[in-house]
Design a protein around this ligand. Structure first.
Ligand code: SF4
Ligand code: SF4
Length: 223
């Protein structure tokens, strides 16, 4: 019916004015405060019966001391904002930067003198990702041959200044690593849940076990 939505909206506002539990309860992300009615509903009991049996809980809820997480469950392959980058796996090849359709990854490298047998690993001076322009397509993650770059699992990187939306190499190094399982079948196979499980080390996120330098030296010497 035309106008029904407006009536419904006003009735919700009216309820918030009149129902005591709503007056004493305000919703606050990521934890939600529960009022007496919420508690009774969760216990599947009439509010009066619940109040008689659990007076302490009722008083606590009226004081705003009963809280529960208000976060929705999130899929393991959710493509989050903060990116999980593993310095130990990254060779500085810049494939991720070349594949980014928006050109928002900046990588500056120099010669490191390490792993000369393998063709030398670059030293990474700059690795900036401008997430203010990122569309979270994940092509950079697909392009990384070494499983060094993964989508993140968070979505709460809001800041007041756009400049602070640039994730630089120091931030990437220091960040807690909860990589998304998106485009990472090895994480899917292990049923890794970025929201519930511990952070992962560089040695836990690859598709292949990295050969030791000694193995590699032997391989090259045998040729
Ligand atoms: S997710 Fe897409 S837009 Fe964002 S940095 Fe990677 S390739 Fe670029
Ligand atoms: S993150 Fe991957 S693709 Fe990007 S520079 Fe490092 S190794 Fe290369």
């Amino acid at each position: 019916m035309y106008g029904f939505g407006v009536i419904k909206a006003f009735s919700i506002t009216l309820k918030n004015f009149l129902i005591p539990s709503r007056m004493f309860t305000h919703h606050q992300y990521p934890d939600r405060k529960l009022g007496p009615l919420d508690l009774a509903k969760q216990a599947d009991k009439n509010i009066l019966l619940y109040a008689l049996k659990n007076p302490k809980n009722i008083i606590k809820s009226l004081l705003g001391l009963v809280v529960q997480s208000d976060k929705f469950p999130q899929h393991a392959r959710f493509r989050g904002q903060e990116f999980a980058w593993y310095e130990q796996r990254c060779t500085g090849c810049a494939s991720c930067a070349k594949y980014c359709p928006l050109g928002i990854i900046e990588i500056v490298t120099e010669r490191s003198g390490d792993y000369l047998q393998d063709g030398e690993k670059y030293k990474i001076d700059v690795f900036d990702i401008d997430i203010g322009r990122c569309m979270f397509c994940g092509l950079c993650v697909e392009a990384c041959p070494y499983d060094a770059l993964h989508m993140g699992s968070g979505f709460e990187e809001g800041v007041y200044d756009r400049q602070n939306l640039i994730v630089d190499v120091e931030k990437l190094k220091k960040s807690t690593k909860h990589p998304s399982a998106w485009f990472r079948p090895q994480l899917n196979e292990e049923s890794y849940n970025p929201q519930g499980n511990d952070p992962l080390e560089w040695s836990q996120v690859g598709r292949h076990v990295r050969p030791s330098s000694k193995d590699q030296q032997g391989k090259w010497a045998d040729r």
